[in-house]
Write a protein of this length. Structure first.
Length: 222
């Protein structure tokens, strides 16, 4: 592939990766969690909606490859759509897919190369993964936080948001994932325990007194 190479360093990369299936090992940074107040209607999947993943950052470069690519912004979120012969190197893992939708955003002004990242794949496999955590899936969402440089290699790059059904499905999937993070399903209602068992004991009736005669009484007359 005679690829046009584009350095994506505006708000440069830093993402620690948390795979939804399976998970990558994380660095030793302590986890953090910062979920803002929001209305569910604001979760359209185009951005992270200011929801910060609590994953520990993972130091790793990221590389995105596709025969065709679209690049655009949704607010402060950097977006990509990769099509045909897609290769994604992220968090020390390599994924091969037909298509991929990417979200990247930096939430730490002091560490602009640290980014929150999500990638939604179509028909993906992970050829280099260990046998016990190898990935093969029709659809797969990968999320995390990574710190490192980002590179895009493509034959054709367009700077616009495309009209694409797969893009719509990817955004719906991310919105669902974000909603699960901030508004987990309520616990299943449980029935109250039954009252303690009480066994009612009915006293046996007292037998009537038996009339007895003294030993020296005369026998009854017949």
């Amino acid at each position: 592939m005679c690829a046009a190479r584009v350095a994506l360093l505006a708000g440069a990369a830093a993402a620690a990766i948390s795979l939804t299936a399976p998970a990558l090992s994380a660095q030793d940074d302590p986890p953090r969690q910062a979920f803002p107040a929001f209305e569910p209607v604001s979760l359209d999947g185009r951005t992270f909606a200011d929801i910060v993943f609590d994953d520990a950052p993972r130091a790793s470069p990221m590389r995105f490859v596709g025969q065709r690519a679209w690049s655009w912004h949704e607010g402060s979120t950097r977006r990509l759509l990769l099509d045909r012969d897609v290769r994604v190197h992220i968090g020390g893992r390599r994924f091969i897919a037909e298509r991929a939708v990417v979200w990247m955003e930096s939430f730490d002004p002091e560490r602009p190369r640290k980014r929150q990242v999500a990638v939604y794949f179509l028909n993906v496999r992970d050829p280099d993964g260990p046998a016990d955590i190898a990935v093969t899936a029709d659809r797969l969402l990968v999320t995390g936080v990574i710190e490192g440089d980002i590179e895009l290699a493509t034959d054709r790059l367009e700077h616009a948001r495309p009209v694409n059904r797969f893009l719509d499905r990817a955004e719906a999937r991310l919105a669902e994932y974000l909603l699960d993070l901030v508004a987990p399903a309520p616990p299943t209602a449980t029935k109250p325990p039954p009252p303690p068992f009480r066994h009612a004991i009915t006293p046996e009736p007292t037998p009537p007194p038996v009339a007895t005669a003294p030993d020296d009484a005369p026998p009854p007359c017949l």
